[in-house]
Ligand binder design. Structure first.
Ligand code: HEC
Ligand code: HEC
Length: 457
C-alpha cells in the first residue's frame, strides 16, 4: 500500500490524474468574466464521487479524533487539523505546541489537509510512468540539464513540464503517501509524541478500537505491533481520501466555474488580477483552470519554489542564528541535502480555503491575506517593508544563509521586479484579490441572503 494516495486517486478518477499535469491555459486574449460577473465558458466539473465511507475509513475517522495514542493523552490529529477550520489549526499561532506535556513548539506552520487527493508522489518533473523506473538521483541530474521555463498565468501549461521538484506531502515533500504521512506526526516528539511502535500497538490493543481492528484486518494484527500500527495509519489515510469533507468543492468559485454563480464586481476584478501576468500572476503557480476533462483546479501546480519569505522570530528554533529551515534540502528531509540549488524551496500550497487560515507560508510568518499580498507586492520593489535592516542595509531573504540567497525565485512575475519599479498591484487590486480569494472558501450557498449560506459544515 505504499502508493495508497495514487491508488486512491485511481479510485476517484484516473482521468483527473492525467489532467493534473495538463492544466489548460486560456490564451491571454480569452474573456475571463462576462460583464454581469458570469463565467463565459461554463464547464461540468468532474467531482470525486460521494459514497458512504468504507469500514476502514470509518475506523480512520475515529482514530483521527482519538487522543489516546498521543504521549500527552490529550492530542489527536484534529488538535492541529481542525475540521471546523479546513483541517488547519483554530488558533493563529505560527507553529503549534505538542509533545508529552503539549509544551514543545513545532517548527513549521500546520498545512490544511484538504485537496490532497490528487497529489502525486514526490518527483523531479512530472511523476509519470516514464519516470517511475528512474531513481531520484537520475531525475536530479536530468533536471540539472533542462532549462526552466518562466511561469506565467497565461502559459501555465508549458511550465507544467518543467523538470523541477514537484508532488509529495509536507512542506518539503519528504513523504509520498497519506499513510506514511500519519506516522510522522504520530511519532514526532514535537507533535503527538506517541513513543515507540510497540507502545502505540499496546495502546491500540487496549483501546476500544481493538475489536474493529481485528474485524477488519484479522486477529494476527494483535500480535504484530508493526502491522497493527501500519493498518491504523492506513485507516487514517483512507478516511482522508474517502471523506468528502477533505475535498468538498462547495466554493462559490466551483459554482461559478459551472455557470451557477456570478462574481461581484470586486471578485471579478480580483480574478483578473489573479490571472494577469502584469499584475498578480498568481495563477502561474496557483492553477485556477479546470483540466480538459473537467477535473476541478486545486490552486497549486504542486511545484516547489523558494520565495524567500522573511525569518519568523516567533518560531523558537529560529533563536539559533545557525538554524535554517531549508525545505527541500533539509534539515527534515535528508536525501536532497547535496542539491544546494533546491535549498529554500517549499511546496506551493492550495489556496482553497486560504481565507480561513490564520498562519501563512511554511513558517507561519503572516497572519492575514493582506500581509501575504503585501509580501508579493513589496518583496522586490520595497524590500525594506518586508525584511529587517542590519547595519543600515536591508537584509533581504534573511531566512536563508547568504550563500543560498541566489536560489530565490526572481523570474516568475510578480517576483521579477527591481527596486524603484512600480509595484505589481495597487491597494485596490489587493482588496479585490482578497475578495476573489474568498470565493475559494467552501460552504458557499447559491441564494445570497439565505441565512445558512456559510453554515455547510
Ligand atoms: C502538533 C500539531 C500536529 C498534529 C497533532 C498532527 N499534525 Fe499533521 N502536520 C503538522 C505540521 C506542522 C505539518 C507540516 C510539517 C512539515 O511540513 O514538515 C503537518 C502535515 C501533515 C500532512 C501533510 C499535509 C500537506 O499539505 O502536505 C498530513 C497529511 C498530516 N499532517 C496528517 C496528520 C495526521 C493523520 C495526524 C494524526 C495522526 C496529524 N497530522 C497530527 C502538525 C500536526
Ligand atoms: C512562482 C510561483 C508563485 C506565484 C507566482 C505565487 N505564489 Fe503563492 N505560493 C507559492 C509558494 C511556493 C508558496 C509557499 C512558500 C513558502 O511557504 O515558503 C506560496 C504560498 C502562498 C500563500 C500561503 C498559503 C498557505 O496556506 O500558507 C498564499 C495565500 C499565496 N501563496 C497566494 C498567492 C497570491 C495571491 C499570488 C499572486 C499575487 C501568489 N500566491 C503568487 C508560489 C507562488
Amino acid at each position: 500500500m505504499r502508493r495508497s494516495l495514487a491508488v486512491a486517486a485511481a479510485l476517484l478518477t484516473t482521468a483527473a490524474l492525467a489532467a493534473a499535469h495538463a492544466p489548460r491555459a486560456a490564451p491571454a486574449t480569452t474573456l475571463l468574466v462576462l460583464p454581469d460577473g458570469a463565467n463565459p465558458h461554463p464547464v461540468q466539473l468532474l467531482l470525486p464521487p460521494r459514497k458512504p465511507l468504507s469500514a476502514v475509513a470509518r475506523l480512520g475517522r475515529k482514530l483521527f479524533f482519538y487522543t489516546g495514542l498521543s504521549g500527552s493523552g490529550r492530542m489527536s490529529c484534529a488538535s492541529c487539523h481542525d475540521p471546523a477550520h479546513a483541517y488547519a489549526p483554530a488558533n493563529s499561532l505560527s507553529v503549534q505546541f505538542g509533545g508529552g506535556h503539549l509544551s514543545r513548539p513545532g517548527v513549521r506552520a500546520v498545512p490544511s489537509l484538504e485537496y490532497l487527493y490528487r497529489q502525486q508522489n514526490f518527483s523531479i518533473g512530472p511523476d509519470n510512468e516514464e519516470n517511475e523506473t528512474v531513481t531520484l538521483r537520475q531525475l536530479v541530474a536530468r533536471g540539472q540539464r533542462a532549462p526552466r521555463l518562466r511561469k506565467t498565468a497565461s502559459d501555465a501549461r508549458a511550465s507544467a513540464a518543467n523538470l523541477v521538484p514537484q508532488g509529495g506531502l509536507f512542506w518539503d515533500g519528504r513523504v509520498d503517501t497519506l499513510q506514511q504521512q500519519a506516522d510522522g506526526p504520530l511519532f514526532n516528539p514535537l507533535e503527538m509524541d506517541a513513543g515507540s511502535t510497540e507502545r502505540v500497538a499496546r495502546k491500540l490493543r487496549g483501546s476500544r478500537y481493538a475489536k474493529r481492528l481485528v474485524a477488519l484486518f484479522g486477529s494476527a494484527v494483535l500480535h504484530q505491533p508493526r502491522l497493527l500500527v501500519s493498518e491504523a495509519l492506513f485507516a487514517l489515510a483512507r478516511y482522508q481520501v474517502e471523506d468528502p469533507s477533505f475535498h468538498p468543492f462547495t466554493s462559490k468559485y466551483d459554482a461559478w466555474l459551472q455557470g451557477r454563480a456570478r462574481f461581484t464586481p470586486a471578485q471579478a476584478r480580483g480574478y483578473r488580477v489573479f490571472n494577469d501576468p502584469r499584475e498578480g500572476d498568481c495563477a502561474a503557480c496557483h492553477l485556477d483552470r479546470p483540466g480538459p476533462d473537467g477535473s476541478p483546479p486545486l490552486f497549486t501546480d504542486t511545484q516547489y519554489e523558494a520565495l524567500g519569505v522573511p525569518r519568523n522570530p516567533a518560531i523558537p528554533a529560529n533563536r539559533n542564528p545557525r538554524y535554517f529551515d531549508l525545505g527541500l534540502c533539509g534539515p527534515y528531509r535528508k536525501d536532497l541535502a547535496a542539491q544546494t540549488r533546491y535549498c529554500g524551496m517549499f511546496l506551493t500550497p492550495t489556496l482553497r480555503n486560504a481565507a480561513t487560515r490564520h498562519a501563512f507560508f511554511h513558517n507561519g510568518i503572516y497572519h492575514t491575506l493582506e500581509q501575504v499580498l503585501e509580501f508579493y507586492d513589496d518583496r522586490d520593489t520595497r524590500p525594506w517593508r518586508i525584511y529587517p535592516t542590519l547595519d543600515g542595509r536591508v537584509d533581504k531573504f534573511d531566512d536563508l544563509p547568504r550563500r543560498l540567497r541566489g536560489n530565490v525565485d526572481r523570474v516568475d512575475p510578480p517576483l521579477d521586479r527591481r527596486p524603484g519599479q512600480p509595484e505589481a498591484m495597487s491597494r485596490r487590486d489587493m482588496r479585490d484579490l482578497v475578495a476573489f480569494l474568498r470565493t475559494l472558501d467552501d460552504g458557499w450557498r447559491r441564494h445570497r441572503g439565505a441565512r445558512r449560506r456559510h453554515a455547510l459544515r
